[in-house]
Every structure is written in structure tokens, then in C-alpha cells.
Design a protein around this ligand. Structure first.
Ligand code: C2E
Ligand code: CA
Ligand code: CA
Ligand code: CA
Length: 278
């Protein structure tokens, strides 16, 4: 058993070295990509359920690698957070998303809104307000067309500090939403103090809506909660007609998911919007 223990230890430490060498390689590559701004934004349409109109898009970052593979954010956003690279990357994402939507809106009657995901590090950034103002000024996007998506976990450390940051952002005239709502642990007493405009029901609750009566009950409750608190409710991860119908019946405001459209590059979004109008 002793022998096995030592072997196990050696095994783990080799694993860890391999892991950290891989980690260092990835970090170097990520740092270079951030400096050279080699990322792409995909956009997923958001449907206003009552009217059937596309009211906005969510920007989702992609990392096209040299070998042709496309890295999804789950594969590098955590590392970007850990290394602080999320700050310059997040700045680029925000500015690019604003610029893209300004370009799209030049050809539209009803202007499209754009939602950008903020990471915890960015939310704590001293110059967050400055960064947002800069993106708006440099691109000319009207402030009320910008939405920032936050998560519950960002708000639960120092609640007063978080409320202060949210109030500053709200003061600029943009909108705020809580992403992945229901998966964190924000209590309802905090929720009423948060100056947020929308709740995004996490896709894990939407996914099993048809089979799982508890998930259906949670979705129902969040829709009612949003209505009572004067917040819009957005459902994400809608993949079927049945889910769509269920959410429409609950007067859910906005829908997002593969059933409506997958995230897509800007050029494809232009085509999608043209078709959706016609
Ligand atoms: P999220 O903000 O909750 O984004 C929703 C994710 O669900 C996206 O994955 C989207 O492609 C996917 N999705 C949308 N509709 C459906 C559907 O009907 N079914 C299923 N199964 N999935 C759907 P993605 O693009 O891989 O992003 C993953 C996460 O990475 C995001 O979750 C967000 O937390 C983070 N992320 C993405 N872009 C950014 C960014 O620009 N900045 C930051 N800080 N985080 C980002
Ligand atoms: Ca999001
Ligand atoms: Ca989400
Ligand atoms: Ca998520």
C-alpha cells in the first residue's frame, strides 16, 4: 500500500507538470492572441416573444486557432480571468460589439440592442465606467442600446460595492441583466436592491421544461418574479417549439436559443436579419 501511495504521488506530480506545461503554452498563445486581437465575435439573436421581432443580439467571443480549430469561450475565458488577460480582451470585445451593432443599425428602422458578457474581473475593474464610456464614444453606439450581462456570483462578495458599481453603470443609461439566473445563490432580498433590468433564466431550467415539472415550475416562478419586480425575463437555450410555446404562455419577454438562431458571425447575422424582416 505504501508503494502504491508513492506511485500514486509520482503519477499525480507528473500529471500536474504536464498540466502546467500545457497551461503555460496556452497562456503564451492567449497572450499573443490578445495583443494581436485575433478573436471573433459571434452574435446570437434575441427574439421579442410577443411581437416575433428580433430586438437584439448577444455577443459571444470565439478564438480561431492557427490549426483551424475554433475555441469556445469555456476553454479560455477562465484562463483569461486567472491571468488578467480578460481586461484587454474584454475591452476589445466590448468595443467590437458596439462597432458591429452601429454598422448593422445603419441599415435598420428599429435599432438592434447588443448584450455583452462581463467577467468578474472586469466587474471589479477600477476603470470599468471609463472603459464603457470609451467604447460608446469611439463607436457612437447610443447608450440605451447596450446591455451588460452579469452573473449572481459577481454580486455576492461585497454586495454594497456591487450595487454601487451597478448603479454607476445604470447611471450611464445602459441596461443590466443577471445571466444564468437561478444557478447562483443571490437571495431575493438582494434581488430587489439590485438595479437590474432583466433576468436571464439559465438554460438548464429551459432544457428539461417538457419532461421535468420542477424545472417548469421554476421557469414559471422566475417569469412571475420578473413581472412583480418590474424586470424583463429572458429565457435562453430554447431548442424546441414546445419550449417556445410554454414560455409564450408565461408571458416571458425575450427568447434566445438554437430554435430561434445559433450564434453566428456578423456577415451571416446581416443575412439572417434581412430574412427575418422580409
Ligand atoms: P452564456 O453567457 O450563458 O452564453 C450562452 C451559451 O449558450 C453560449 O455558449 C451559446 O452559444 C449557448 N447557447 C445558446 N443557445 C443555445 C441552445 O439553444 N442550446 C444550447 N445547448 N446552447 C445554447 P458559448 O458561446 O460557448 O459561451 C459560453 C459561455 O462563455 C457564456 O455563457 C459566457 O459565460 C462565456 N462567454 C462567452 N462570450 C463571452 C465574452 O465575450 N466575455 C465573457 N466574459 N464571457 C463570455
Ligand atoms: Ca450571457
Ligand atoms: Ca447564460
Ligand atoms: Ca453560462
Amino acid at each position: 500500500a505504501k508503494e502504491g501511495g508513492r506511485n500514486t504521488f509520482r503519477f499525480y506530480s507528473e500529471e500536474m507538470n504536464r498540466h502546467s506545461a500545457e497551461q503555460v503554452r496556452l497562456e503564451t498563445e492567449l497572450r499573443r492572441a490578445v495583443m494581436q486581437e485575433r478573436f471573433q465575435l459571434h452574435y446570437q439573436p434575441k427574439l421579442e416573444i410577443a411581437t416575433g421581432e428580433i430586438e437584439g443580439v448577444e455577443a459571444l467571443v470565439r478564438w480561431p486557432r492557427r490549426d483551424g480549430r475554433m475555441f469556445s469561450p469555456d476553454a479560455f475565458i477562465p484562463l483569461a480571468e486567472e491571468t488578467g488577460l480578460i481586461v484587454p480582451l474584454g475591452r476589445w470585445i466590448l468595443k467590437q460589439a458596439c462597432a458591429d451593432v452601429v454598422a448593422i443599425n445603419a441599415q435598420r428602422v428599429r435599432p438592434l440592442r447588443v448584450a455583452v458578457n462581463l467577467s468578474a474581473k472586469q466587474f471589479q475593474q477600477e476603470d470599468l465606467e471609463q472603459m464603457v464610456l470609451e467604447a460608446l464614444e469611439e463607436t457612437g453606439l447610443e447608450t440605451q442600446l447596450l446591455e451588460l450581462e452579469l452573473t449572481e456570483s459577481m454580486m455576492m462578495g461585497d454586495v454594497d460595492e456591487a450595487i454601487n458599481t451597478m448603479s454607476i453603470l445604470k447611471g450611464l443609461g445602459l441596461t443590466l441583466s443577471i445571466d444564468d439566473f437561478g444557478t447562483g445563490y443571490s437571495s431575493l432580498s438582494y434581488l430587489k436592491r439590485f438595479p437590474v433590468d432583466a433576468l436571464k433564466i439559465d438554460q438548464s431550467f429551459v432544457r428539461d421544461l417538457e419532461r421535468d415539472s420542477e424545472d417548469a415550475a421554476i421557469v414559471h416562478a422566475v417569469c412571475n418574479l420578473g413581472e412583480s419586480l418590474g424586470m424583463k425575463v429572458v429565457a435562453e437555450g430554447i431548442e424546441t417549439q414546445l419550449q417556445m410555446d410554454f414560455l409564450r404562455q408565461l408571458n416571458c419577454d425575450t427568447g434566445q436559443g438554437y430554435f430561434i438562431a445559433r450564434p453566428m458571425p456578423l456577415a451571416q447575422l446581416q443575412d439572417f436579419l434581412a430574412q427575418h424582416q422580409g
